[in-house]
Design a protein around this ligand. Sequence first.
Ligand SMILES: [Zn+2]
Length: 174
Amino acid sequence: MSDYLFNEPRYTDPDAARDYLESVRWPRGPVCPHCGAVDRISKLNGSAHRAGLYDCGHCRDQFTVTVGTVFERSKISLDKWLLAAALMAASKKGISSKQVERMLGVTYKTAWFMTHRLREAMKDSGGMFSPGGGTIEADSTYVGGKEKNKHASKRKAGNIGGMGKTMVFSLIQR
Ligand SMILES: [Zn+2]
């Protein structure tokens, strides 16, 4: 496993991680997960709000990019989630909770929870999300599965350090 692949900001910085997820999940801009609106959505800035919070002018509900994903309502920061997922995706033999504990600097309990949840999510992307959610406006290149079908060594390394966008997409789609 090459550590240098995991030095990208999205693996070390929660804001960069969220920006990245937003760019993958919402290639054409934010989509309200509650009513499906794509317009009249405003970003809530300022210290009074959680980072990455949006307000929908149609249903007046608020949301972040993690609503409806395996990352929703987690106290673990997004960069750690992305790193754990990338490590798992890059490891042919799979990665143990012990390794995740060490590499992320989290407790064993947290590491176990993360690997368990990610493994479930990767096992069957159709079964991990709450049913009945909206669809994702995704670029067809993300869902075509072309990267997924390639041997790991032939995948584009620049994609996400061992984790292709297809995989990220499977972690965030509903
Ligand atoms: Zn809405």
